[in-house]
Structures are given as structure tokens and as C-alpha cells.
Design a protein around this ligand. Structure first.
Ligand code: ATP
Ligand code: MG
Length: 529
């Protein structure tokens, strides 16, 4: 087929009409046209599936189809070919109806001249090509609308949804037909809160007035999960400046928001850690300053008044110096011990222990050293056979809890120390009637350097309980507390006795065992002082 020529599909059941048309076209110059003729609609449609035509000249009355039906059938099967209908003189009304729908033009048989047919064909083919390009361009734009990562919707200025892209439907888990024709604020992603709906209505009104609106907000998505979106509403105006459409765009920024929240959290933790470190440093310095000033005073007195001081006074000052040095050494050791426990280097080494005897001796030692305004009441219930525990770690746990009970009961009084030993586990309970712990502080006391807000001037570094917790965990045990401010505190430690396997937690370097034991001894002494 000559490329420059126009290929015409002629569907006409009257051989004389068909011949006349072909002759008219021939008069226009036969090299311009390629005409393929069929008498039946079905044959013409069949030919369209095999060849491409630029235009169809379609008679409405065919053996297998009649009137406007012929146009409808042809257009449904081959929507892209421009149609020119061929009508009888008295069919003009039908022809006009056809043109109002999918038909490009019509020609009345008997009035067809070479000029009229030539003009009609050229105009229709050109129009057909423009329509084809428009359709292709619309298709491309629609693909972009559908495929973009952004959720997009088109609204009337009143907020009614005209179209919604796939990303928006995926995000909100709905079908086009559930959304089209509805106001945007009626969708489930908005109607979970009336405040949200009212806000959306107000910004739709603003956009309909020509404003561009953009906000970060949360809407509900599929599974009712809340998602953060960067939401914008943009007015689209016609050439007169009237707003004819609203473009809704939503960008899922939940990941970004979560990352931001994580960064803020990490930053806050970092800040908190820094604060804790500096308060720890000032606390430790403070604890060092006291014994150092004791040493300085004693040394000055010994130096300046050496000859006036009696032997008894001198040995008192030397004693003060020794105590202060020991206190500093203990503090230093404690900080180092905490450092090791924090690095996971504490070792669990269980041995068989007579628990009742051990706890009773510990009580006596603490009672002897505590001022006589305290009374520690020890009770033991349950089985009296030796149990498998780590003696050093247990001493650390109990000494700390008992010394805390004493330290945080400044008015003195009773401290109860109850031990219940059963086959599967042992429970230690240390109860005091001291200052208590505010509820808001209770969760964080087992973290390093944390102290309750009501300690006042009672000294402490906030390390004890964090190490206690580690020692309890090495026994696979649990520790919890009950407390009420001004009423008292009970710490409960539960240690299971049915696990005999020695845990292979990271070993401390050789020799540091002795260090731990000496520290535990020192800690006991310091705690009871
Ligand atoms: P140290 O490291 O010298 O033991 P500390 O006693 O302050 O210092 P922890 O033993 O860890 O530290 O206790 C942490 C905090 O828990 C204490 O500062 C105190 O606020 C609170 N606390 C612990 N035991 C009691 C108790 N029996 N009564 C009231 N508050 C307590
Ligand atoms: Mg303590």
C-alpha cells in the first residue's frame, strides 16, 4: 500500500452506491486512496482485526446491523478509526444523533460530490490523528498519575473525589469505586476523628479559594495503622482564574518520622548519659573530698602541734587518716568493680552454702556496726540443707539491700530480713520503714547512677542496686520492690535453686577473683559503717 495514500474501509451493502462512491473518489485522483469494500458489518470488523484503516465510510443499514446500532457495534470493536456515516436523505436525524456520539461526520447519499467527500475524509483523518495523539498523551499522563510514588487524587472544588491513583488506593486499602463521588473527608482514613474531618473541610475550602496548603499529618491506613504523610492540596485554575480542580498529594513519610524520633531518642539518651556521667563525677569527687579533708586536717594538726599532742591524741589522728584512706580505696574499688560488672565480666561460681548460718552471721555483723537505734530482725523458714549459690555475689546482694534499708531509714527502727528456702528456690525479703521511694523513680533505680528524688543529703553514688541486679541475674533470679514514700520499702530477691549448670559468662582475668572478693569484703565493711 502506498504510504501517502489514505486507506478507506467502505462498508456498504448496495453495490450501486458502493460503485458510485468509488468512482467519485477515483475522480479525486485514484493514487490518493486505497478503498477496501465490504457489504456486511461482521466482515468489515474482521478486516479491522487484520489491517489498519485510516477511516471508515459506514452505511447504517446493513444486512447484519441496522441504524445507530451499527455505529455502536463498530465503535465498540474498533474505537480508534474515525467514522463517517453514509445516510439516506430521510435519515439525517439519525446521522445527527450519531455525530453527537462517536461519529466524526456524515454524508447523505445522492448528494455526495468529489469535493464534499474529499473534504470530509481529509478532515476526519486529521481529526482522528489529533485524537489519537491526545489519547496517547492522556494515556502517558495517566500512567504517570498511576505509577507515581505519591498518593494522588483529583477533587472538585467542593472536595468530591474524581479520581484517585493506585498509590493512594494501596495506602488506604480501597477500590476506586469505594472512593469516586465521595467527599474526601468521608474516607476511613479521615473519618476516624471529627476534628480531622473538620480540619480537612476547612483546608479544602481554603484551596478552593486559591490557596496552596501543605502539612505533615497522621491519617489511618490499612489495618488501622497510623501513617505520617506530607499532605498538600493545590488549586488548579482555568484560563479565567477560576478554581476548577483540587490536586491532593500525599507522601508517606512514616519511615522518615520514625528515623527522626529515633535520632531524638538517641540524642536524649546521650544527653541523659552525659548528665549522669557529670553528676557521677561530682558525686565521686564529693565522696573523695570528705576523707581527703579529714586527712589534711589530721596531718596539719600532727605537723603543727606535734610536741603538744599526747600519744593518745596522736594515735586518734593517725586512726582518722587510716580510716579516710580506706574509705577512698573502697570507693575507688567500687567504681572499678562497677566498671567490670558493666562490661559483663562478673563471674558466677556457685558453692554449697549453709544459707541460714550465712544470713544470720551477716545480720549480726551488720547489727554490730549499725547504731543501736536500728534493730535487724532475721527470720529463716524452710529447708535447712546447703544450697548451691555464689557466696560472694550473694553477700554483695544482701549487704547492699540491708545497708540501703539502714541508710534510708534515718530515724532508725526495725529492719526485717526474711529468708524462705524451698526446694525450687529461695526468697529473700528486706523490709524497712524508712523514707520510701517515689513511684516515678522506682523503675529506674536499677540503672547505674540513678538515685530517687527524695534522698536529700543521704550520701550515695547510685551504683549499688545496678550491681545487685547483675548479681541476681547471674543467679538467674529476679529482684523487685514495693515502696511507699514515708511508709517504707520492701526489696524481694528470688533465686532459683534447680539450675546446677555453672554459667560460662566471660571470665575475669586471672587474679581479679581475689580483687572481687576483697572488694566485697570492703563493701560489706563500708556499708555497715
Ligand atoms: P551506693 O552506690 O553507695 O549504694 P545509693 O545507695 O544511692 O549509692 P543504690 O544502692 O543503687 O545507690 O540505690 C539507688 C537509689 O535507690 C538510692 O539512691 C535511693 O534513692 C533508692 N533506695 C534504695 N534502697 C532504698 C530504700 N531501702 N529506701 C529508700 N530508697 C532506697
Ligand atoms: Mg546503696
Amino acid at each position: 500500500m502506498n504510504k501517502a495514500s489514505i486507506s478507506i474501509l467502505l462498508v456498504e451493502d448496495s453495490p450501486s452506491d458502493a460503485k458510485l462512491l468509488q468512482q467519485t473518489l477515483w475522480h479525486l485522483g485514484k493514487e490518493k486512496w486505497q478503498v477496501v469494500h465490504f457489504e456486511r458489518l461482521s466482515d468489515a470488523l474482521n478486516a479491522c482485526s487484520k489491517s489498519i484503516f485510516d477511516i471508515v465510510l459506514l452505511d447504517l443499514s446493513l444486512p447484519d446491523s441496522e441504524g445507530l446500532n451499527t455505529v455502536a457495534k463498530f465503535y465498540t470493536a474498533v474505537p480508534n478509526i474515525p467514522i463517517v456515516v453514509l445516510t439516506e436523505l430521510d435519515d439525517e436525524d439519525i446521522a445527527l444523533q450519531a455525530v453527537a456520539n462517536s461519529v466524526q461526520d456524515y454524508l447523505v447519499k445522492g448528494q455526495i460530490t468529489p469535493n464534499s467527500i474529499g473534504r470530509a475524509i481529509r478532515t476526519c483523518v486529521e481529526r482522528g490523528q489529533i485524537l489519537k495523539q491526545l489519547r496517547e498523551s492522556e494515556h502517558r499522563l495517566h500512567l504517570i498519575f498511576e505509577q507515581t510514588f505519591q498518593s494522588m487524587a483529583l477533587l472538585t472544588p467542593e472536595g468530591i473525589i474524581l479520581e484517585m491513583n493506585q498509590t493512594a488506593l494501596n495506602l488506604w486499602g480501597r477500590q476506586q469505586q469505594d472512593c469516586i463521588g465521595k467527599p474526601l473527608w468521608e474516607l476511613e482514613s479521615w473519618n476516624f476523628s471529627s476534628t480531622n474531618q473538620e480540619w480537612l473541610k476547612s483546608i479544602i475550602a481554603k484551596t478552593a479559594d486559591g490557596e496552596f496548603v501543605r502539612h505533615e499529618l497522621q491519617v489511618s491506613s490499612t489495618d488501622d495503622a497510623m501513617v505520617w504523610i506530607d499532605f498538600s492540596l493545590k488549586p488548579l485554575k482555568d484560563e479565567t482564574g477560576k478554581v476548577v480542580l483540587l490536586i491532593v498529594q500525599g507522601w508517606d513519610i512514616s519511615d522518615q518520622k520514625h528515623a527522626e524520633a529515633e535520632i531524638i531518642k538517641a540524642w536524649e539518651q546521650e544527653r541523659e548519659l552525659n548528665e549522669m556521667k557529670s553528676s557521677f563525677v561530682s558525686m565521686v569527687s564529693h565522696e573523695f573530698r570528705n576523707p581527703m579533708s579529714v586527712i589534711r586536717t589530721a596531718v596539719e594538726l600532727l605537723e603543727s602541734y606535734n610536741h603538744q599532742l599526747s600519744d593518745q591524741q596522736k594515735s586518734k589522728y593517725f586512726g582518722n587518716i587510716q580510716t579516710a584512706i580506706r574509705q577512698m580505696q573502697q570507693l575507688l574499688d567500687e567504681v572499678l568493680f562497677w566498671g567490670r560488672s558493666d562490661a559483663g565480666k562478673l563471674q558466677y561460681e556457685p558453692t554449697l552454702l549453709d544459707l541460714e548460718n550465712f544470713c544470720s552471721e551477716l545480720t549480726q555483723t551488720l547489727q554490730l556496726s549499725a547504731s543501736n537505734k536500728y534493730q535487724i530482725i532475721f527470720s529463716f523458714q524452710g529447708k535447712h540443707t546447703p544450697v548451691l549459690v555464689d557466696e560472694n555475689l550473694l553477700r554483695y546482694i544482701l549487704t547492699n539491700l540491708l545497708s540501703n534499708a539502714i541508710k534510708y531509714s534515718p530515724q532508725g527502727g526495725i529492719i526485717r530480713f526474711d529468708v524462705i528456702c524451698q526446694d525450687d528456690g529461695v526468697t529473700f525479703q528486706i523490709q524497712d520503714f524508712g523514707i520510701g521511694i517515689p513511684l516515678k523513680d522506682q523503675q529506674i533505680l536499677f540503672e547505674t547512677f540513678h538515685r530517687a528524688s527524695n534522698v536529700g543529703s543521704i550520701p550515695g553514688t547510685g551504683l549499688g542496686l545496678s550491681i545487685v541486679k547483675k548479681c541476681v541475674e547471674l543467679h538467674q533470679g529476679q529482684i523487685y520492690l514495693e515502696s511507699q514514700v514515708g511508709v517504707g520499702t520492701t526489696f524481694t530477691v528470688k533465686i532459683p535453686l534447680n539450675h546446677h549448670s555453672v554459667q560460662s559468662l566471660e571470665l575475669i582475668e586471672s587474679g581479679s577473683d581475689l580483687q572481687t572478693q576483697s572488694l566485697l569484703r570492703q563493701r560489706t565493711l563500708r556499708a555497715i559503717r
